[in-house]
Design a protein around this ligand. Structure first.
Ligand code: 6PG
Ligand code: NI
Length: 183
């Protein structure tokens, strides 16, 4: 498929070839406050984020995906994606903010960075950096990601240790704090 459309107001991608919906129950152990997460699962198990992708899997090809990250918190921690390294570690990525407000957290070894995202902002995720998005706003946070077709997703080490930082709400604003579970 050589052309396609995104509804920029709603963040809806037409003609997607893959999609993933992650609910609270798919995020066990990703948040600090497991009790708050359990409660949320019992009270309707809300969707945390949705991904709609057009994939072309060969090396040299490009894939793209829209992520709709819903607003909310687990305890005082904002809704976020699982986060991953690319299976092929040397594959970079571009993120383009379409709607709402968020943070892009990136980590390579001990080096950690976070960049605010908003509509119209382009962020480059260099090769070797794990990346996670966080919705720090009150509405949906929507972004477009463009990545090499053969990048792949490696969730293992993030699922185990998380990132070195967590993003919480403090007095109505976001605050980036050390992750107590990070070693
Ligand atoms: C990718 C992108 C992006 C990401 C989603 C969901 O490599 O495909 O980084 O589309 O996958 O925002 O985040 P998780 O893959 O970490 O659940
Ligand atoms: Ni990625």
């Amino acid at each position: 498929m050589l052309s396609n459309y995104i509804d920029l107001e709603k963040g809806i991608l037409e003609n997607y070839t893959e999609n993933v919906i992650r609910r609270a129950s798919d995020m066990l152990n990703f948040y600090q406050d497991n009790e708050a997460l359990e409660k949320m699962i019992k009270n309707g198990n809300p969707t945390i984020y949705e991904v709609y992708a057009v994939t072309h899997e060969g090396g040299g090809e490009l894939s793209y995906a829209i992520t709709i990250l819903h607003p909310g918190k687990v305890g005082n921690e904002y809704f976020m994606t699982k986060g991953h390294y690319h299976e092929k570690r040397d594959r970079g990525e571009l993120y383009i903010g379409l709607k709402g407000n968020g943070l892009l957290l990136m980590q390579k070894g001990e080096e950690i960075r976070w960049i605010e995202m908003e509509r119209g902002k382009i962020v480059y995720v260099p090769p070797y950096f794990a990346h996670r998005s966080i919705n720090t706003g009150n509405g949906n946070f929507v972004f477009l990601a463009i990545y090499p077709g053969d990048a792949g997703h490696d969730y293992g080490s993030i699922a185990e240790k998380g990132f070195a930082k967590i993003v919480i709400e403090e007095n109505g604003n976001y605050a980036v704090k050390d992750n107590p579970r990070w070693k």
